[in-house]
Design a protein around this ligand. Structure first.
Ligand code: ZN
Length: 156
């Protein structure tokens, strides 16, 4: 499995999350999945309803339901959940490991005023989080179009 994210979308996502500092922000990534390749096409911010939003997040339930049904209605696939870490780290926290419902991918955007890093993970049944390769694709250059349609590492 691997993930592709357009450079413009990455910029927009990071900008949006940085605007929420010092709080964690969260939401969903929408896109397509073809032969083990997840292609992100858009994202939706969902209000962070955690009591202590600088260190935790939880989806505001009604906003999450609205986004979920909007995606269904428009035949969009929700390919991942994301949230930011104002500490800058992309390592899943203990509450991250404990708190997620099963979904295809989990994105952690480590964010400081100056820098950012994106980690994408898939969760195994034993709750071990496997990092997934992320390609930031620049439309102008298309540097990664030569990738094979399905990677040999993809367990299918
Ligand atoms: Zn976290």
């Amino acid at each position: 499995m691997e993930v592709r994210l357009g450079a413009d979308l990455e910029k927009e996502l990071v900008h949006t999350l940085r605007n929420r500092l010092p709080y964690e922000a969260c939401g969903v990534i929408m896109g397509t999945v073809t032969s083990g390749i997840i292609e992100a096409s858009e994202f939706r911010l969902i209000r962070n309803a955690a009591g202590h939003p600088a260190a935790h997040f939880s989806f505001h339930p009604e906003e999450w339901i609205a986004v979920f049904f909007e995606a269904q209605k428009n035949q969009r696939e929700i390919v991942g959940f994301f949230h930011s870490h104002p500490s800058g780290t992309i390592v899943p926290s203990d509450s991250d490991l404990a708190g997620f419902v099963p979904w295809r991918t989990y994105w952690i955007i480590g964010l400081t005023e100056a820098d950012h890093e994106i980690g994408v993970f898939a969760r195994e049944s034993d709750n071990y989080w496997t990092p997934i390769p992320l390609w930031v694709v620049n439309d102008g250059l298309n540097t990664h179009t030569a990738l094979p349609a399905s990677s040999p590492a993809d367990p299918k």
